[in-house]
Design a protein around this ligand. Sequence first.
Ligand code: SAM
Length: 208
Amino acid sequence: MNDPRTRIVAEGYDEMGEHFAEWSGRIAGDPRRWWAEQLTSRLTDGARLLELGCGSGTSDTQLLAERFRVTGVDISREQIGRARSSVPDAVFVEADFSAPDFDPGTFEAVAAFYSFNHVPRELLAGLFGRIRSWLVPHGLFLVALGASETESWTGEWLGTTMFFSSFTPETNSRLLEEAAGFELLLDEVVTFLEPEGEATFQWVLARR
Ligand SMILES: C[S@@+](CC[C@H](N)C(=O)[O-])C[C@H]1O[C@@H](n2cnc3c(N)ncnc32)[C@H](O)[C@@H]1O
């Protein structure tokens, strides 16, 4: 982990510990379950699923692990330790998900819930392309992306220091389609209520 921005993210989630899950539990109107179902309804039991930025093992990860062979990746040692305890049926890897390279065609699906707005945005196009290569032909990619024009933001968030970066939805969609070669099946901007106020993300279900 050489990028100082990525180190800020890892250290921030380490410091947050269980506070992040407690804070997430106070979000109202999170559409994540509906989106997860759009993915899972298109998969067969036993499919290999990679979750990027899995955090501490959410109820979505638990549900996914009941039907699929789940590999979760997270850069925070604290969060992934919790995930190993709460979802014993999945395999967890402590790593920067923009670094590892899985063999081509390793997964039927890749999912990322609210983790890509921590990736320096100039890395997104390359990361989308690598994710596409990890999928089998017609494999699926579900992602909740940051939706604001934010090149780089570092500051106080949930009692720690955090880094965020994102493109607009138009740029995200263009990178997924043109740079990475995905077909976009569903693509929507959704606003819901975090404890501090409104938050907007772009949800995309894409096919290789
Ligand atoms: C907002 S939390 C979301 C956690 C979980 N997906 C959820 O929905 O509750 C973002 C997670 O992504 C992880 N993360 C961010 N950037 C990462 C990276 N480059 N590699 C691996 N994990 C990363 C963080 O450590 C954190 O656990």
